[in-house]
Design a protein around this ligand. Sequence first.
Ligand SMILES: [Zn+2]
Length: 391
Amino acid sequence: MMFLTIISKNGDFVFKMLTMTAIYPFTAVVGQERMKRALVLNAVNPRIGGVLIRGERGTAKSTAARALAALLPTVETFSDCRFGCDPNRPATWCTECREKSNNGDQRKVEMLPTPFVNLPVSATEDRVVGTLDIEKAIQKGERHFEPGVLADANRGLLYIDEVNLLDDHVVDLLLDSAAMGMNIVEREGISFSHPSRFILVGTMNPEEGDLRPQLLDRFALSVDIRGIQDTHERVLIMERHLAYEEDPESFREQWLPKEQELSKQITQARKLLPNVQYSSKNMVDIAKLSTSLQVDGHRSDLVILKTARAHAAFESRKAITGRDISLAAELAYPHRIKRGPFQQSEISAEELSEKIEELAGGSADGESEVGEGSEQSGTEVGENGDKKKQS
Ligand SMILES: [Zn+2]
């Protein structure tokens, strides 16, 4: 039996269920290496700030997002908390947990699967942030907070299909919360707050309208995906989907060792992440790279640094290299580079590492780390590097 990780304790979003249907394994998704890398690195560090996946229908976008949530480790939480507070991080607790702690309450702890929340396109502000019942507060002097999607998604993955069709204001709220890791609702002098840290995954089909540039820039990473052209890979997709349809249970069983391996790798990377070092030269490289490509704004620089650190941690390294930077930049730039009518917004990690070397201007002055990383990336960047980590 499998847990379907659409877990929600609250309101309309009660999907908490056990299901016999096994989820398609993440590691069985064919190709789309950039998308998988972007998702995995956000799982290593949800504070990177989410990923926007742009592409046509039927390109495994939702399958991959759902599959990622399913392989993430279980989360420890208080059994009686509606917001999934982490018992080990008191600083992030919700208003109710803080009160219970002040009262000295004894509390039970339980392990839950990583939540997966699928945000409906019709979602309103109230359903997203939750509501404070002011009537009750006035009449009975009780504070009553009805949790919204941001509560359900805490410590999980929030998936927004067709984010470009969602109300701009709601997208704004979601991005705010994703950046802050906290949801604060205030009305008439009453306030309620709870943690809301989640991996934000938005998808859109650019043929159905664009996202405002301001909102676009606030997604940390983006990936443009299209159908796979390689015949062999397309055959592989057919074979795997047929096998899955025929017997989801045993298909999942068959992929379980790979799923567990990736899950373990993500868990270890999360632990290693705070210890991953970067140098001032790394920062200079990133800044030069962004200016040379005329990237809009400053946000990309920080995003690249965070993503590069997550990538180094994912490969069990304690320092970032030029290759980490190029692989991160490949995900941070596509939606931030000005696009001419005939210009592709995508740049490969290979081109980016060449650019880093070029900008470093051969000033080999002992700080050879980045140089070495770049050389390395010239030969094994991208697909191969990814396959190594995905397989
Ligand atoms: Zn709580």
